[in-house]
Design a protein around this ligand. Structure first.
Ligand code: AHR
Ligand code: AHR
Length: 481
């Protein structure tokens, strides 16, 4: 059985079921998600390998070979058509044209399920999915349950990495107009024990870790690689539960009455579905979503315990974040451009600006050093890399407002993540293409001989689709100095 078969048997059927990694019903053979590739904007649907099985990641890999791919639709497996698509502007605007949110990279969150490759939904700040016309979701004070499987190591303190029930207007219509899972270390409204991240409930104008806003020591910091997060609510009663999604059972972090602040009892749920954003389209948060459902009715703890066992049995495990030529930490490297007419240029820096410069064996030592980089385990994720300057030790290539620049490591989580990059097999078939870890839609790219973290076909001039693959492919060689 799949999670939704278990909820059905428990009398609280799924009314939405989303996953890019696997079927959530034993008999499900339909499409899990849709991807769109950058080369020709064509789309394709990805289905499970077999009924109830793991997503056919190989079909995605073939379709996306030699180009970039985005997740355009996360289909609803419940049969109600509650699909998630690119979130529209609301109280806040997204970064895409007309205020829409970004779509997620199709390759930012590789995992395996019992050894079979699949991809999750890697949400960078600015990315969001939504359905403002969902059917069968809880409205008003009606009961509902939900769970999501998330990456416990990918989070931030922005508002708000959510999955669940939100406003149909994409605006903040008041307390109690949302009921969604939140994951992260935002501490504006609520906190749990330790320094986070925490599973909380986004009930609108507040992330709740327990009975009231503020600190609730019963809500623990999460340190699992994969986390199962549960929120459920019914009249004057709600709960938060959580677990390691790869082993063990659910614990209850809160189970009790509604907040006493006006607006939360009774609730005024509106029934839209969000992923990766706040109810008002707040787009500052990051996180990774693998699977999740929403139910009709308040699931029993026993039903959720069976769902957790099913998730554990699915066998979530990490997969490599890099591909292509093998790179060794500790080595000094150079990165040569492969775009025709620019192949004598190397990724270099002038002060804090990252650019490309023509470097030869007879160049000055200063220039050779400016074009040489020492590879380190990624400061934000050791499965990827950080690039330290040869002539400014302690300074690394990072992106800021999507320009590449050389900055000293200030020790902050933001710096470390901005300075982490995951090399892939070169998009144009040569060398390596270097993807940002925290914005996997963005790649090292030279544009007018300046370095950017560029998105194929994005909104900036430096995102131009023309010449993207060539500009974003680099031959990695020995460092000059
Ligand atoms: O409740 C926290 C956030 O507050 C909601 O997600 C958003 O709609 C509002 O800004
Ligand atoms: O480069 C994109 C973002 O811009 C970085 O993550 C952040 O440091 C800056 O605001």
């Amino acid at each position: 059985a799949g999670p939704c078969d278990i909820y059905y048997a428990g009398g609280t059927p799924c009314i939405a079921a989303h996953s890019t990694t696997r079927a959530l019903y034993n008999a499900f053979t339909g499409s899990l998600y849709q991807v769109q590739r950058g080369s020709d904007s064509a789309t394709t649907d990805i289905a499970p390998l077999s009924a109830g099985g793991v997503a056919n990641a190989g079909a995605q890999d073939s379709f996306c070979a030699g180009t970039t791919c985005l997740i355009t639709v996360i289909y609803d497996q419940s049969g109600r058509g509650n699909h998630l698509t690119q979130a529209p502007p609301g109280g806040f605007q997204g970064p895409e044209a007309n205020g829409y949110d970004n779509l997620a990279s199709a390759t930012g969150a590789p995992v395996t399920l019992n050894g079979q490759k699949a991809y999750g939904v890697f949400i960078s700040p600015g990315t969001g999915y939504r359905n403002n016309a969902a059917s069968g979701t809880a409205t008003g004070d009606a009961a509902e349950g939900m769970y999501a499987v998330l990456d416990g190591t990918h989070y931030n303190d922005g508002c708000c990495f959510d999955y669940g029930n939100a406003e149909t207007s994409s605006t903040d219509t008041g307390n109690g107009h949302m009921e969604a899972i939140y994951f992260g270390d935002n501490s504006i409204w609520g906190t749990g024990s330790g320094s986070g991240p925490w599973i909380m409930a986004d009930l609108e104008n507040g992330l709740f870790s327990g009975l009231s806003a503020g600190n609730n020591a019963g809500d623990p910091s999460i340190s699992y690689q994969f986390v199962t997060a549960v929120v459920k609510g019914q009249p004057n009663h709600w709960a938060i539960r959580g677990a390691n999604a790869a082993s063990g059972s659910l614990s209850t972090y809160y189970n009790g009455t509604r907040p006493s602040v006006s607006g939360y009892n009774p609730m005024s749920k509106e029934g839209a579905i969000i992923l990766g954003i706040g109810g008002d389209n707040s787009v500052s948060a990051q996180g990774t979503f693998y699977e999740g459902v929403m139910t009709s009715g308040y699931p029993s703890d026993a039903t959720e315990d069976s769902v957790q066992a099913n998730i554990v049995a699915a066998g979530y495990s990490t997969a490599p974040l890099t591909s292509g030529p093998v790179l060794a930490t500790g080595s000094s490297i150079s990165l040569r451009a492969t775009t025709s007419g620019y192949t004598t240029r190397y990724l270099a820096h002038t002060g804090s600006t990252i650019n490309t410069q023509v470097v030869t064996l007879s160049s000055t030592t200063a220039l050779k050093q400016q074009a040489s980089w020492t590879l380190h385990p990624g400061l934000g994720n050791s499965a990827c890399f950080s690039f330290e300057s040869a002539d400014v030790p302690g300074s690394y290539i990072r992106h800021s407002n999507f320009a590449l620049q050389l900055d000293a490591d200030d020790g902050s989580k933001q710096f470390r993540e901005d300075a982490t990059f995951c090399p892939q097999a070169g998009l144009n078939g040569q060398g390596s293409s270097v993807r940002s870890w925290n914005y996997p839609t963005c790649w090292f790219r030279h544009f007018n001989n300046v370095g950017y973290a560029a998105r194929n076909g994005g909104v900036h001039a430096f995102d131009a689709a023309a010449s993207f693959n060539d500009d974003a492919s680099w031959v990695v060689g020995a460092g000059f100095a």
